[in-house]
Design a protein around this ligand. Structure first.
Ligand SMILES: [Zn+2]
Length: 226
């Protein structure tokens, strides 16, 4: 009763088009849900990340839920997730992709899900990592572990020191480091992020994680730039 009343005063809006959601709709309206640009080619070697990261990352499998286009519905969705505090949306997207990955049999080949970490300052401003729910929901669907204590991001001030002395690619490479690597040695890791554009962040994370013995890297993202 109270919830209905609250909904009347503060109606829940679709994360893509801002229309008021119906009672049975969650996060995304039915119209948008059917219109969203789903990324279908995520199986094995056909994902664009294999091309993007070729020669840079030893990549096993990759998956993305959506195509991203500037000014498109996925831009609105990710904006909602990052800047409007809609962190439950992250779980929702993770359940969605997790279901697809489960159907594709990924639960047999993923041991641990690791999110790309946020800058500490961003974390303070936002209060949450926008890929946390996404990663946790996927881990749950695939019966894998979720851990955010291994892959770390250096603070901005430390990056500045590197900037003056090193090439740009090395700067990015040095933005991430990993701890307790023995916990993941020999494991199949699923690295998760929100949006892939150049793949530079994912490559940097791989370099940090690859310090561990015998890991296999898989990647899942909410979206990939068209
Ligand atoms: Zn909508």
């Amino acid at each position: 009763m109270f919830k209905d009343f609250k909904n009347l005063l503060f109606p829940k809006l679709c994360a893509c088009c801002d229309q008021v959601l119906l009672k049975e709709e969650a996060f995304i309206c039915t119209f948008c849900r059917h219109e969203l640009p789903l990324y279908a080619n995520f199986f094995d070697g056909h994902h664009d990340l294999h091309k993007i990261l070729y020669g840079r990352v030893q990549l096993e499998r990759a998956a993305s839920l959506f195509y991203f286009e500037k000014k498109g519905p996925i831009q609105a969705l990710i904006h909602d997730l990052k800047y409007r505090g809609n962190k439950e949306l992250s779980f929702y997207l993770g359940s969605w992709l997790g279901e697809i990955l489960f159907e594709a049999g990924w639960q047999r080949s993923i041991d641990v899900v690791i999110p790309v970490p946020l800058h500490r300052q961003r974390m303070r401003e936002r209060g949450y990592n926008q890929v946390e729910g996404f990663g946790k929901a996927i881990a749950e669907k695939l019966s894998a572990k979720y851990t955010d204590t291994i892959l770390k991001r250096r603070s901005n001030s430390k990056t500045q020191v590197f900037k003056s002395r090193m090439a740009r690619s090395e700067v990015i490479g040095n933005n991430f480091y990993a701890e307790h690597l023995q916990e993941v040695s020999g494991q199949h890791i699923l690295l998760v992020d929100d949006l892939v554009t150049t793949g530079a962040t994912l490559e940097a994370c791989y370099l940090a994680l690859n310090e561990a013995e015998g890991i296999k890297l898989n990647i899942a993202t909410m979206a990939i730039t068209k």
